[in-house]
Write a protein that binds this ligand. Structure first.
Ligand SMILES: [Zn+2]
Length: 156
């Protein structure tokens, strides 16, 4: 007969065995040897199985706390990324072909074989493959977008 035990979200089965043969049959030999070593170590150090169980419960609770914290942090980062994207889309120039916000990418390849015209940035549309290369750095174009949006606000 198996008894279901719950430690937080981890679940383990305890098997009620009538004979030692059933115990040996129910568990892998490595598990049996490891458990015997663990039990001997515990008793030698003055601990009980209950001490180990309490410690394990505390560990599971701590893992759950860390998981919740990690999920919360990831959610916050995702929300911030969405805010940043929305803020960028408000000031970004529009694609002349489809009207979506153009994405801005820095080009770090120096002028030469791989960058014949010495372009330093690229405005591109992720939807229709429109591209506009520039010799001005991406930081400069980004600052221009901010300045232009300020002007539009004061004018309108
Ligand atoms: Zn487009």
């Amino acid at each position: 007969m198996a008894v279901l035990l719950e430690y937080g979200t981890t679940i383990g089965y305890v098997i009620n065995m009538k004979t030692l043969e059933q115990a040996i049959a129910a568990y892998d030999e490595k598990v049996i040897l490891g458990s015997m070593n663990l039990y001997r170590s515990l008793t030698l150090s003055g601990y009980t199985i209950q001490d180990l169980e309490d410690r394990n419960k505390a560990r599971v609770v701590e893992q759950q706390r860390l998981q919740i914290e990690g999920d919360k942090l990831m959610k916050e980062q995702r929300l911030q990324a969405e805010k940043d994207k929305a803020a960028y889309e408000r000031i970004a120039p529009r694609c002349p072909d489809c009207g979506l916000s153009l994405m801005l990418r820095s080009i770090n390849t120096p002028q030469g074989k791989g960058n014949k015209y010495g372009y330093k940035s690229l405005l591109y549309c992720s939807e229709c493959l429109y591209e506009k290369y520039s010799r001005k750095p991406a930081d400069y174009l980004y600052q221009q977008m901010i300045e232009n949006s300020k002007k539009e606000k004061t004018n309108g």
